[in-house]
Design a protein around this ligand. Structure first.
Ligand SMILES: C[S@@+](CC[C@H](N)C(=O)[O-])C[C@H]1O[C@@H](n2cnc3c(N)ncnc32)[C@H](O)[C@@H]1O
Length: 364
């Protein structure tokens, strides 16, 4: 059987619940990204969805996390499908009341409980049927030909693990002096790129299996403009600051140098052309749209508190997994203080890039 999910997968969930550091309360950066493509998504669904001629639509959000972002995304898709049906009904087609099955996917450690506690009333009125699907989206999660629309946002820069070679002292790609892919050392970049290509290839292959002919896959994510190095972006600068804090903590004996040297973020921002190549390689989708979209906060210097809150909610899990829970809060507190002392000079940074991809499953 193809693409079986391993029993144990690395998991570094966003902070759950609804406390002060939770993803629910600290994901307005990701929400702004979603908002920026709301109309574009609507127009593309209206223009590209085939007349499926059915009364049950199956929609999946891959890497949903917790909170209103995934609910907004799904609501936009459902409203658009309803509008599309109304337009078809005016032509005399499909006049039955449609049902929507919505699948919220994330890794098993995601706080699905909080997500389900915050479902809007229309889910409870049984207009929309919700279901949680735990597992890695780098594997097939649904039966073949069963989904009509897939969506994912702010997710695909998360690799399922760190490339082996960057943690291997005997490898040319040993990333001893950094905790991320700065793009300064070619061997390190190649190791990350290789894993990224493998995993995105697997993501697209899994969706190839799951989506019906004419089914749509909507992807919103982050990459780098061709030629820009991660280290030059504000996010790269932040990763370097986290690394500096870790080094100081190792010097104070709070963690060990070995632990710091063996820590590498499972995060990779591809160059736009690398991403395009992987998307084209699969061949089972037509790329209806693949373009840069401006993030609404792109031109405003983000405040220190805002940056610290984004990084706390998204990085807490991955840091805790490697260093243990005695280190993570201390590190994130130190990072917040470091930002206050040395704010990021946004004028000095190059921009990363938000992309929007709209794929349509070809007929076999
Ligand atoms: C930054 S959050 C994005 C949440 C939401 N999609 C949004 O746009 O606000 C990234 C989410 O992707 C999930 N994720 C990362 N890798 C994943 C994988 N391999 N399979 C499923 N979910 C994954 C994380 O657990 C996390 O909840």
């Amino acid at each position: 059987m193809a693409n079986r999910m391993p029993t144990s997968i690395h998991s570094y969930p966003m902070i759950g619940g609804d406390g002060p550091h939770s993803y629910i309360r600290n994901s307005s950066y990701q929400k702004a990204a979603i908002e920026s493509v709301r109309t574009k998504t609507r127009e593309a669904i209206l223009a590209k969805t085939p007349n499926f001629d059915l009364n049950i639509y199956k929609i999946a959000d891959f890497g949903c996390s917790v909170g209103s972002n995934t609910l907004d995304v799904v609501q936009n898709i459902i409203e658009t499908l309803k509008l599309k049906r109304q337009q078809e009904e005016n032509k005399g087609d499909n006049n039955e009341h449609p049902e929507f099955h919505v699948f919220f996917n994330d890794k098993p450690d995601n706080d699905f409980n909080t997500l389900f506690k915050t479902l809007p009333q229309y889910y409870l009125d049984r207009e929309v049927f919700a279901c949680g699907v735990p597992g890695s989206f780098y594997h097939q999660l649904f039966s073949r030909n069963s989904l009509h629309i897939g969506h994912t946002s702010n997710t695909l820069h998360w690799l399922s693990t760190t490339p082996e070679d960057v943690c291997n002292q005997n490898s040319q790609a040993w990333n001893k002096n950094s905790i991320h892919c700065t793009n300064l050392v070619n061997e390190v970049t190649q190791a990350y790129k290789k894993l990224f290509e493998k995993e995105i290839g697997a993501f697209i292959e899994a969706r190839t299996q799951e989506l019906v002919s004419g089914g749509l896959m909507i992807i919103l994510g982050w990459c780098l403009p061709d030629g820009v190095k991660m280290i030059r972006t504000w996010k790269g600068v932040v990763f370097d600051m986290i690394e500096d804090c870790l080094i100081h903590m190792a010097k104070s004996g709070i963690t060990s140098v070995e632990k710091v040297e063996s820590f590498n973020l499972p995060i990779y921002f591809p160059q736009f052309n690398e991403l395009k190549e992987v998307m084209e390689k699969n061949g089972c989708f037509t790329i209806e749209i693949m373009e840069e979209v401006k993030h609404p906060m792109e031109d405003m210097p983000l405040s220190n508190d805002f940056i610290a809150s984004i990084f706390r909610t998204t990085m807490h899990g991955v840091i805790e997994e490697h260093f243990g829970d005695g280190v993570v809060d201390e590190l994130l507190d130190r990072f917040a203080k470091e930002l206050t002392k040395h704010p990021i000079d946004f004028k000095d940074c190059q921009k990363d890039m938000q992309y929007f991809i709209f794929l349509k499953r070809k007929t076999d």
